[in-house]
Design a binder for this molecule. Sequence first.
Ligand code: SF4
Ligand code: SF4
Length: 216
Amino acid sequence: MPLFFDPGQPIATCVSETCDRCPAAKVLHCHFTFRDLTHFLLAVLPSFLVGGAGIFHQGGWWLIPWIFIMLGFFGLVEIRVLCTHCPHYAETGKSLRCWANYGSPKLWRYRPGPMVFWEKLVFATGLLLVWGYPAYFLIRDFQSFLLLLYLVTTAGFFMTLSACFCSRCMNFACPLNRVEDENRKRFWEKNPGIARAWKASAQKSGDQETPIPADS
Ligand code: SF4
Ligand code: SF4
């Protein structure tokens, strides 16, 4: 099985026969490559290395709970609350092959449409735990240089995430997603099943803010 899906083939939710000349292809990331995965890892690793060094300074054993938090969040919890809403989750295979949670298992069914409130809450809490745990040790131990470095690398990661990933990500359900409405519509035109799920959700909740997809 290839490490990534064929960039020339439309994704599982797409009704188009080819990605050639698709207006969504220029503005969204429907396919992922080794380069995307490397870019993501290079962006996130500095904050993890600096945070890990700060925890290690207090005692290597304190790294173990952090590792469990990260494995539990990125391997399970985030997959349930966030990734099950992502079109990539609908692809074949038993694990994700994207730019961020590569290799995480797909234990649940695909849920097109927006995240509900509790899912967003769990997602935000998970992010807070992952990046807040090292910050606690750095502050408690007055490791001012490492704390400053940690803040800079963490801010750098989230800025890179926002600029290079969230602005082109096809998981519109994510609270961090920054894809413009007109580009969402371009994607929904090619993925009518997802469009219907968003429309049904907006109508059910009386949501006036979410851009409702055109009839598909
Ligand atoms: S929306 Fe466009 S780029 Fe994405 S899979 Fe479909 S045809 Fe390809
Ligand atoms: S939401 Fe992001 S990490 Fe999750 S499956 Fe989609 S692209 Fe991958």
